[in-house]
Design a protein around this ligand. Structure first.
Ligand code: MF3
Ligand code: CO
Length: 248
């Protein structure tokens, strides 16, 4: 069931989203060779606590960390760990913030030090795909318009879109209806309504879109071992157009 949100609820989610965006900006300053993703995870938890917020992912379906930290060929749901990041790595930090009951979800992929042309191009393409799709998140458009915007752009650049993970509605819990596919046909699928709040979170691969699961049953990585990146925003569908809740 799709739960439409009031202006008040969207306001609360926006407050959570602004804090999340600030947290990402702090992480950006901290990312460098030598830091571990476990240190970043600890920083996030302390930062949220300091601002009266909590990491909604911790304890969600038994997940043990405040963040997901997905390195290089990991697509999503990587565990923070003690291994220091190395020059040239890319790492996606994904988190859900709960501030006074308002939730917001956003992931960024960070480059560590100097990146290869391949890696920096992947990051650029993934971020551009997200913003192109957000333009389609308007009242009366359909979910297929969002997925199509991502797929045509990404595939046109010779990259691939992960099929096994989707965006989602978000509200009182992290995952609500509907599922937001990052591929699809224009004019098809559910019509967007004012008051819907969704995440769009394309995962883009350099090689094949196919993935395999780690033994921990959380972490997905690319089947061919190639790089994967992801950018995610939480977006409210409003009469005035898409409102990005996790930017500022
Ligand atoms: N932000 C992640 C997503 O949208 C949340 C993952 S749930 C967790 O899929 F338990 F892994 F944190
Ligand atoms: Co999400």
């Amino acid at each position: 069931m799709i739960m439409l949100k009031s202006k008040r609820e969207i306001g609360l989610m926006h407050d959570a989203g602004k804090l999340l965006a600030e947290c990402h900006r702090e992480i950006k300053e901290k990312i460098r060779p030598g830091i571990t993703t476990l240190e970043i995870d600890e920083f996030v938890e302390a930062f949220l606590k300091k601002h009266g917020a909590t990491p909604e992912q911790k304890g969600y379906k038994g997940y043990e960390f405040a963040t997901c930290a997905s390195l290089n060929d990991e697509i999503c749901h990587g565990f923070p760990r003690k291994k220091p990041l190395e020059e040239g790595d890319i790492v996606t930090i994904d988190m859900v913030v709960n501030l006074k009951g308002g939730l917001a979800d956003s992931a960024w992929t960070y480059g560590v030090g100097q990146l290869s042309d391949k890696a920096s191009r992947l990051l650029e393409i993934t971020k551009t795909a997200l913003y192109k799709s957000i333009e389609q998140a308007t009242v009366g458009n359909r979910l297929g318009d969002i997925g199509h915007a991502i797929q045509t752009y990404v595939e046109g650049e010779g990259h691939s879109v992960v099929r096994d993970f989707t965006g989602h509605g978000i509200g009182k819990t992290i995952h609500e209806d509907p599922a937001i596919f990052h591929f699809g046909l224009p004019g098809k699928g559910l019509r967007l309504k004012e008051g819907m709040v969704i995440t769009i979170e394309p995962m883009v691969n350099v090689g094949t879109w196919q993935c395999k699961m780690d033994d921990n049953s959380w972490t997905a990585r690319t089947r061919d071992g190639e790089l994967s990146a992801q950018y995610e925003h939480t977006i409210a569908i409003t009469a005035d157009g898409p409102l990005i809740l996790t930017e500022q």
